[in-house]
Design a protein around this ligand. Structure first.
Ligand code: HEC
Length: 82
């Protein structure tokens, strides 16, 4: 496969999301990565304990760049598993 430019990549992501719902990595890329360069950048601000991470993310993300409930659930599952 050849190099993929940013615009093409975004179009691909939108296509995937439209087809089957996004997975966590794609949601992070679309909704978080412009401000948080990596998951580590986000996760190091949270306690280690997964249950606490889940709780903190659940209350934070509803009003922090992930308003859609289904997407938020998928993103949190993925982030907590990192
Ligand atoms: C428009 C920029 C922007 C976007 C987009 C964004 N964030 Fe943030 N986020 C911030 C800023 C600014 C802070 C505060 C940083 C600080 O405290 O130094 C922050 C803080 C956080 C924190 C720490 C909260 C705490 O309790 O300390 C987490 C976790 C987080 N963001 C997760 C996310 C996730 C997940 C996404 C994607 C859904 C996201 N952010 C999208 C700018 C953004």
């Amino acid at each position: 496969m050849g190099a993929i430019d940013g615009r093409r990549f975004s179009a691909m992501i939108r296509f995937i999301v439209a087809q089957q719902g996004a997975d966590g990595a794609e949601l992070f890329e679309m909704h978080c990565s412009r401000c948080h360069a990596s998951t580590a950048h986000v996760l190091r601000r949270l306690p280690q304990e997964r249950a606490i991470r889940r709780e903190r993310l659940s209350s934070l993300l509803a009003h922090h760049h992930e308003p859609d409930e289904a997407e938020r659930a998928a993103l949190i599952d993925w982030l907590v598993a990192q």
